[in-house]
Design a protein around this ligand. Structure first.
Ligand code: PLP
Length: 440
């Protein structure tokens, strides 16, 4: 048994320490979780994809406690969001202090220090030394929407290029770029016009297909790309892909937009995943991990690119003071240790998964950057992806006290809070191995 008290970096106080994980008493879900799920399922949108019955009472660090007192090790971080772990005392303190003095005033209309402090930090994070500006949103999909609008506004060009497997969100503009699962687009059309997709990693296809048959490069506003694909299956592109894309964009004066909503904020061991590929985009989109779970997103663009006038874009809640305060505290914690922790623990996580893959032939293609790692579940007989077996592994892991999420068609992702420690990684790997052993 293991507790988050073991994490030397965290120095959590005794009164908020909720105990070791895993700690599972009996069959899941327990009676309280079952009762809540029954009430909830009658009234909430059936579009939610709850793969297993986890009903959460509270969570701290990398440990989640359900309504019946069972404790789970969290290898999902609320979909790569809780970068500093759940309820980090410094993030909670920043939220509390801000909520006591100013919850809302509207950053589109007025000034407040929480926003200014955050945008100072965000602009300083961008490599390359060129002046930047920031527009703040409430979510990832809104950051993508604003990114589309900014690209079209700045360039006066209509076309947007994105990639197969991409996930950029679910509002109509962002969904037009999303090309990850047909289900996500089915019956929602018509989507926004003048969006084209090519296979992820294939810069050549832009020139040889799109520019030949579909549009002139002078009509393309931007290419939107995930430096490492997230929902599409944690796909790491070839080392040359982003450099070639950067060169193509430069040649045709097209904006390069990196969607760092899942891969940013230190998750890959650097502020941004594009830093692994030695490029700097014109526009960066952030959300998820940047505010430890408070709803916040950001469009960071070169000063000369973000040239829209007053009134062209705004938001009532975007960048509200409480979320900004949470983000500033989050980014400081990431900078002061959690980003380095992600880089340091990455080889251990990848090696552990590779060992399991070598031992249990149904786990394959282990990959990852930092603490954004994944492996595919395959059929032992055919070697092809096996989504049903993946489903059984997720269930078996849950029953053992390990919270995991899927991505892509057949992958399981491992994206724990960036504050996770070595001992917790070991326990998570052991639980995963046991879960895999049940479906051989
Ligand atoms: N972009 C990427 C790369 C994402 O992973 C996601 C969410 O998973 C989004 C955009 C959409 O973000 P949100 O769910 O906050 O709207």
């Amino acid at each position: 048994m293991l507790g988050i008290k073991h994490n030397e970096q965290e120095q959590r106080s005794e009164d908020t320490w909720i105990g070791p994980a895993p700690w599972i008493q009996g069959q899941l879900p327990g009676p309280k979780a079952s009762a809540l799920i029954e009430r909830d399922d009658k009234l909430t949108s059936p579009s939610y994809t709850r793969d297993y019955p986890l009903a959460v009472k509270r969570a701290f660090g990398s440990v989640i406690e359900d309504l019946d007192g069972n404790r789970f090790l969290d290898f999902a971080a609320g979909i790569a969001v809780c970068a500093t772990g759940h309820c980090h005392p410094k993030v909670v303190a920043a939220i509390e202090a801000q909520a006591r003095s100013l919850i809302h005033i509207c950053g589109s209309d007025f000034y407040y220090p929480a926003m200014t402090e955050l945008v100072e930090k965000l602009t300083a994070m961008v490599p390359g030394g060129r002046p930047q500006r920031v527009y703040l949103t409430n979510s990832g999909t809104e950051a993508v929407e604003a990114g589309i609008k900014l690209a079209r506004y700045h360039t006066r060009r209509p076309w947007i290029i994105a990639f197969h497997g991409a996930f950029h969100g679910r509002t109509m503009g962002a969904l037009s770029l999303t090309c990850s699962k047909a289900r996500q687009r089915e019956r929602f059309g018509p989507l926004i016009p003048m969006v084209a997709h090519v296979p992820y990693g294939d810069v050549q296809a832009i020139e040889s297909q799109l520019f030949r048959y579909q549009m002139a490069p002078s009509e393309v506003a931007a290419v939107f790309v995930e430096a490492m694909q997230g929902e599409g299956g944690y796909v790491i592109p070839d080392q040359s892909f982003l450099k070639d894309l950067r060169a193509l964009c430069d040649k045709h004066r097209i904006l390069l937009v990196c969607d760092e909503i899942q891969s940013g904020a230190g998750r890959t061991g650097k502020w941004f995943a594009f830093e692994h590929f030695d490029i700097v985009p014109d526009i960066i989109l952030m959300a998820k991990g940047m505010a430890s779970g408070m709803p916040l997103g950001a469009v960071i663009a070169r000063d000369d690119v973000m040239n829209w006038p007053p009134g062209a874009q705004g938001s009532t809640f975007g960048g509200n003071p409480v979320c900004c305060a949470a983000a500033t505290a989050t980014l400081k914690l990431i900078e002061d240790g959690y980003m380095a922790n992600a880089a340091q623990l990455s080889p251990k996580l990848l090696a552990g998964l590779s060992d399991i893959s070598a031992k249990r032939k149904v786990i394959a293609r282990v990959r990852g950057l930092g603490l954004m790692c994944a492996a595919d579940v395959i059929s032992r007989r055919t070697g092809k992806g096996d989504p049903k077996r993946r489903e059984r592994i997720l269930q078996a892991a849950f029953q053992r006290g390990l919270v995991l999420l899927s991505c892509g068609e057949t992958a399981i992702r491992f994206c724990p809070p960036l504050c996770i420690n070595e001992a917790q990684l070991d326990v998570g790997l052991k639980l995963f191995d046991e879960a895999v052993a049940t479906v051989l």
